[in-house]
Write a protein that binds this ligand. Structure first.
Ligand SMILES: [Zn+2]
Length: 227
């Protein structure tokens, strides 16, 4: 819980319109945290499996994660359903760019404390990240799908193709309650795919799947994907 703010308020385009500085403070905080972390053994096992079997099997990671750790682990074939906190999107021209700057702009340096009780940011909009195109200059936002926003059509189309061709699906570390991702394994199971869930505790969908592996995915995935 960042500053005790409900996720439905923090991940919300209305909040961003009203106080972009507050939302950017939050993203600055989590970007800096993630930049200090490394992919775990689970991320690495998936990336190594993709590389090792590239000639015979097509592996696609379809993720709701926005931390970019799969890519950092070396996964090449990836669909990020909800975006990526290290990508920005211009609110005017919609250009999406990778940005791993730390901090992303000078005004955010030293801000974003999760325990502060400030619910309004002091940072002026002009000091937040802006589009560098000379004919644009629009305010940049994190390239993340927020509440009330729809997933990109091209992303969903790519995912549909993967689902229609998939014969083995690993469902890893998800509550299986956020749609549309929660529906994907059920769709694949209906067309005959084998579904295996890896989770710390069973999800509402566990009983419908063929296999269930209990434990942290950083432990179970390397075991399951080794030769
Ligand atoms: Zn722009």
């Amino acid at each position: 819980m960042w500053r005790k703010l409900d996720a439905s308020i923090l991940y919300n385009p209305v909040t961003f319109r009203e106080d972009p500085g507050l939302v950017w403070e939050y993203y600055h905080y989590i970007r800096e945290l993630v930049l200090k972390t490394k992919p775990n053994a689970g991320h690495i096992a998936v990336a190594q499996y993709e590389q090792k079997h590239a000639s015979k099997k097509k592996v696609t990671v379809v993720t709701q994660n926005v931390d970019g750790l799969h890519s950092r682990a070396g996964t090449r074939n990836i669909i990020e359903l909800h975006g990526n906190m290290f990508k920005t999107r211009c609110t005017k021209c919609n250009e999406v760019l990778v940005n791993t700057d730390s901090p992303i702009c000078p005004a955010l340096a030293g801000t974003g404390s999760p325990t502060s009780d400030k619910l309004v940011s002091d940072i002026k909009e002009k000091d937040l990240p802006h589009c560098k195109k000379p004919d644009c200059g629009g305010l940049l936002r994190p390239h993340i799908v927020w509440f009330g926003e729809v997933l990109e059509t091209s992303i969903l189309e790519k995912t549909d193709i993967v689902i229609s061709k998939c014969n083995v699906c690993l469902v890893v570390g998800t509550s299986s309650i956020v749609y549309p991702a929660a529906a994907f394994p059920t769709i694949m199971a209906a067309s005959g795919s084998i579904i295996a869930e890896f989770n710390i505790q069973p999800s509402p969908a566990s009983s419908k799947f063929d296999f269930y592996f209990q434990g942290p995915s950083a432990t179970t995935l390397p075991q399951a994907l080794s030769d």
